[in-house]
Ligand binder design. Structure first.
Ligand SMILES: *[C@@H]1O[C@H](CO)[C@@H](O)[C@H](O)[C@H]1NC(C)=O
Length: 756
C-alpha cells in the first residue's frame, strides 16, 4: 500500500488516494531513524581510471583503486577503455570523459557512504571505445529496486539533443548499510540476443542531498497536485530523474557554482516561447529563507526575462516554457521566484501560473505571499502526464501570465527565475523512458537488432527510399499537372466560414454528444457527426477530451492555421467552439470516411462495414494524387510553411465525390518562410509506421518527414494492407520492412494485392 497513485487513476482513486497516501507516508517517515546530511560525503568517480585526478573546473574525481575505502567494484568481464578516436571528445574535459569502463556483461559499483537522500549522476561520452562500437551500446542501469535507465543508448540521446556528452541525474534514498549499501549495476540490454551490445560509463557522482530539499519532510504539505486541492508527499520510496533544471533568462550555470551539490543549471532559450522578451539581470543580494536555503545559487534568482516595454495597457502578455517530457509519468515541477524590484507594492505585480493549461496560481503576488524583496522562494507542483511511456514524449507547458489590467505595465515581467522538473518513478519502480530510436513494436527481435547494429546501412536505405518516394511524388505531380486544371480553389468565405459556435448549438447538433453519432476517436478526443443543426450542412465535430494531449494553445493554433489554409484537397474548417474547458473544432463532413477504411479496414473488421467496397486502381490513383496536391500546397503554396507531421491513410478523408482531403492538423508545425533554417528541432510526434526514421533519430523535422509518410501511404494504396498488420508473422507485420525486403530481393510483384 505504499504505492502512490498510479499515473492512470480513476476518479475515486485520484480524489482519495493522495490523502491516504499522505497519511501512510507520514507514518513511514515518523517511524524511521533520522537521516544524516553531510556534504563531505560527496564522491565523484572517474570510471576506468585508477588514480585520483582533478577536472578542469577544479573538482576532485577519485580513481577506482585510489578510492577503495569507499568504493568497491565487481565486473570480471569489464575493462577500462579510452575513446577510439579523440576527435569528438577533445573539447570535453578529460576528467571524467576520456576514460570509461565498458563491458559486454554486467558490472556493479558499490558505494559505502552511509544512508540518506542522494543525487546520483551518471556521465556518458558516447563515442566508440577500443573494442566497442558506440551504436551497440544499449544497456540498463539499476539501483536497488529502481530501474534508472532501460535499453538506454547515450549516442541517440545526445544526438537528439545536440550535445557532446550527457549527464543523467537521479535522486533516491539510500537506506542504512545493514539493508545493503548503494550499488549501481550496468547490464548490456538482454532484449536483443546478441553478444555485441555493451554497457559503459565515464563517471559516477553520488552526492548527499540536504534534508527536505526535494523530498517532503514530516509536517510539510508536499507538492500541490495540479487540478486537485491536496498535497503530494514525496517520500523516501520515490526515486526521481531530473528532466530539466533551467536558469530562466540567463546562461548555463556550471556545477562548480553550486558548491555542495554540484547541480548544473542550463539556459532556457530552447524552451521559452515568445519573441518580445529580453533578459534582465540584477546584482542585488539574494536573501534566503530557512526552506529556500539550498534552493538554487543566487545567480539563478538574479536573472529572468522581461517583457518588451512598449506594451499597451490591457494587452495580454505571457511567458510560456515548453518542455518535452516522457509520457506516462508524474512530474514534480519546482518554480523558483524572487522579487528584485524595490518599488513593487502588493497588488502591483500579480500573475497567474498555468501548468498544462490548468491554473495553479491565480492572482499570485510575491509581496502578498509574505516574501520580502530580494528573498528567494520556490513552490512545488505535481502533474501527471498520461499516456503510454513507450510512445515517446509530449510537451509539458508552464505558462506565466502577468496580470495587466491597470496602469502598472511597467511591472510586467517574469517573476519565475528558475524551473526544475523531476520525473517520478512509476509504481513498478521504473524511471526509464524510451530512446529516440527506430524500433518497430511488432518487428521481430532479429530485425530490431539489425536496425540497431547497422545504423549506417539503415541511413543509406532511408536515403534511397526517400529518393525513390520523391521520384514517385514528382511523377505524380507531373501527371496531375496534365490532367487537372484548377489547383487551389478560390479563397472560400474565410471569416464567415470560420464561425464561432455556441456550446448549445454544438450539443444540439450532436444530440448531446450521442454515442450513436460518434464517428471517430483518437488521442485528441472524439469526433461526432453533426446533424440536425442550423448550419445547413452536415459537419464533423471534434471535441477535445479533457485528457487530450492537445492543449488550448494547440487548439488555437490549429484553428488559426486551418482558417488560413484553403485548398480543394484539405479538409475545410467550418468553425469552432470554446466554452469553459470545452474546445471543439467543426469541419466539413466527409461522407466516405477515411482512405484507410477503403484500403484495409473493411477486411480487418471481418467485412462488417458492408458499405465499404474495394477501390479500383484508378480511384486509388486519384485519391493519392489529391492527397499529394493537398500536401504540396501545405509545403509550398501557403503563406506559412506547414509540416503536417501526421500524414497517414487515416488522415486522408474522402468526400461525397471521392475527393481526397488531408485532415487533422492537431500536431502540425507552422513556421514563417523567413525562418532561416529549414528544419524544426522538436520532440517526435506522429504515428508508428509512418515516422521518418531520420526524424525519429535526429528530431529534426523537415518537410521530408511528410514525404516519407506519404510514401508509406502510397505503399498502403498499392498493397491494400495496414502499415502494421498484426495478422502477419515476422517481417511481414511491418509494411515498410516488408517492402524493403521485397525490393531488395526483386519480388515486388508479391506486394501487390490482386483486386477481387
Ligand atoms: C583519493 O581520493 C580519496 C577521496 O578524496 C582519498 O580518500 C584517497 O586517500 C585519495 N587517494 C590517493 C592515493 O590520493
Amino acid at each position: 500500500m505504499r504505492l502512490p497513485p498510479s499515473p492512470f487513476p480513476n476518479n475515486i482513486i485520484s480524489t482519495f488516494f493522495p490523502f491516504l497516501l499522505f497519511l501512510l507516508q507520514s507514518i513511514t517517515v515518523h517511524s524511521s531513524s533520522p537521516v544524516q546530511y553531510d556534504p563531505q560525503h560527496a564522491i565523484a568517480v572517474n570510471c576506468g581510471f585508477l588514480h585520483n585526478s582533478t577536472a578542469v573546473d577544479g573538482r576532485q574525481w577519485v580513481g577506482e583503486t585510489d578510492s577503495a575505502s569507499i568504493l568497491s567494484f565487481h565486473g570480471p568481464g569489464s575493462k577500462p577503455v579510452i575513446p577510439l578516436s579523440v576527435d569528438r571528445s577533445y573539447s570535453l574535459d578529460p576528467t571524467p570523459y576520456m576514460t570509461a569502463r565498458a563491458s559486454r556483461s554486467t558490472f556493479t559499483y558499490t558505494f559505502h557512504i552511509g544512508s540518506g537522500f542522494k543525487f546520483i549522476r551518471l556521465h556518458f561520452n558516447p563515442v566508440s571505445y577500443s573494442g566497442f562500437q558506440r551504436s551497440t551500446a544499449f544497456f540498463t542501469v539499476k539501483s536497488g529496486p529502481y530501474t534508472l535507465l532501460n535499453n538506454f543508448n547515450a549516442f541517440l540521446a545526445i544526438d537528439s539533443l545536440g550535445l557532446k556528452s550527457i549527464v543523467k541525474e537521479f535522486t533516491l534514498y539510500v537506506p542504512d548499510d545493514d539493508d545493503g549499501p548503494l550499488s549501481i549495476t550496468f547490464s548490456p540490454s538482454r532484449t536483443i540476443p546478441s553478444d555485441e551490445t555493451f554497457a559503459f560509463v565515464n563517471g559516477i557522482e553520488v552526492v548527499p542531498m540536504p534534508l527536505g530539499l526535494y523530498y517532503t519532510m514530516e509536517g510539510d504539505a508536499g507538492a500541490y497536485v495540479v487540478g486537485q486541492t491536496c498535497g503530494f508527499h514525496i517520500g523516501k520510496d520515490i526515486a526521481m530523474e531530473l528532466a530539466y533544471r533551467l536558469n530562466v533568462g540567463d546562461m548555463k550555470l556550471s556545477s562548480v557554482h553550486d558548491t555542495n551539490m554540484f547541480r548544473e543549471w542550463t539556459d532556457d532559450l530552447n524552451h521559452i516561447i515568445g519573441s518580445s522578451v529580453f533578459p534582465v539581470t540584477s546584482a542585488n543580494r539574494i536573501k534566503y529563507t530557512k526552506t529556500s536555503k539550498d534552493g538554487a545559487p543566487h545567480r539563478v534568482y538574479q536573472s529572468s526575462w522581461s517583457m518588451n516595454r512598449n506594451l499597451q495597457v490591457g494587452e495580454e502578455v505571457s511567458f510560456t516554457w515548453k518542455l518535452p517530457v516522457d509520457l506516462g509519468f508524474r512530474y514534480l515541477i519546482r518554480l523558483h521566484f524572487c522579487e528584485l524590484d524595490y518599488e513593487v507594492k502588493s497588488g502591483q505585480k500579480e500573475f497567474s501560473i498555468l501548468i498544462n493549461n490548468q491554473m495553479v496560481e491565480h492572482k499570485g503576488d510575491l509581496i502578498r505571499w509574505g516574501v520580502g524583496i530580494g528573498v528567494a522562494i520556490y513552490k512545488d507542483y505535481l502533474v501527471t502526464v498520461r499516456g503510454d511511456r513507450m510512445m515517446g514524449k509530449t510537451d509539458l507547458l508552464v505558462a506565466l501570465y502577468p496580470n495587466n489590467y491597470d496602469q502598472s505595465t511597467e511591472f510586467v515581467d517574469a517573476v519565475i527565475k528558475g524551473i526544475e522538473i523531476f520525473k517520478l518513478r512509476n509504481p513498478d519502480d521504473n524511471l526509464a523512458g524510451r530512446n529516440p530510436v527506430i524500433s518497430h513494436p511488432h518487428a521481430s527481435t532479429k530485425h530490431r537488432l539489425r536496425m540497431r547494429t547497422s545504423i549506417n546501412d539503415i541511413a543509406t536505405l532511408i536515403i534511397v527510399f526517400v529518393i525513390l518516394i520523391n521520384v514517385i511524388v514528382h511523377q505524380f505531380c507531373e501527371l496531375k499537372e496534365r490532367s487537372w486544371s484548377v489547383n487551389i480553389s478560390p479563397s472560400l468565405i474565410d471569416e464567415a466560414l470560420c464561425r464561432r459556435f455556441s456550446f448549445a448549438e454544438i450539443s444540439f447538433a450532436t444530440n448531446n454528444f450521442d454515442k450513436k453519432l460518434e464517428i471517430g476517436r483518437g488521442g485528441f478526443g472524439k469526433v461526432y457527426k453533426g446533424v440536425n443543426n442550423g448550419i445547413e450542412k452536415t459537419v464533423a465535430i471534434k471535441r477535445l477530451g479533457s485528457e487530450s494531449v492537445q492543449g488550448e494553445k494547440e487548439f488555437i493554433s490549429e484553428i488559426k492555421t486551418l482558417s488560413k489554409l484553403r485548398h480543394k484537397n484539405l479538409v475545410s474548417l467550418v468553425g469552432y467552439c470554446n466554452f469553459g474547458v470545452e474546445m471543439i473544432i467543426v469541419y466539413d463532413y466527409m461522407e466516405h470516411g477515411t482512405f484507410a477504411d477503403h484500403l484495409h479496414k473493411n477486411k480487418r473488421n471481418g467485412g462488417n462495414n458492408g458499405d465499404v467496397t474495394p477501390l479500383t486502381w484508378a480511384e486509388r490513383l486519384d485519391i493519392c494524387l489529391g492527397a499529394a496536391r493537398g500536401l504540396d500546397y501545405l509545403h509550398t503554396n501557403s503563406e506559412q510553411d506547414v509540416i503536417h507531421r501526421d500524414v497517414k491513410s487515416e488522415n486522408i478523408l474522402l468526400d461525397l465525390h471521392w475527393v481526397a482531403k488531408v485532415a487533422d492538423f492537431g500536431i502540425c508545425k507552422v513556421g514563417t518562410t523567413s525562418h532561416t533554417s529549414t528544419h524544426f528541432s522538436t520532440d517526435v510526434k506522429g504515428t508508428i509506421g509512418y515516422l521518418d526514421p531520420e526524424y525519429f533519430s535526429t528530431r529534426r523535422l523537415t518537410k521530408k518527414s511528410d514525404v516519407y509518410a506519404f510514401g508509406v501511404v502510397l505503399w498502403e494504396a498499392l498493397c491494400g494492407r495496414p502499415v502494421v498488420d498484426t495478422r502477419m508473422e515476422g517481417e511481414q507485420r511491418s509494411l515498410v520492412l516488408w517492402v524493403k525486403r521485397c525490393f531488395k530481393e526483386g519480388m515486388v510483384d508479391q506486394l501487390i494485392v490482386i483486386l477481387v
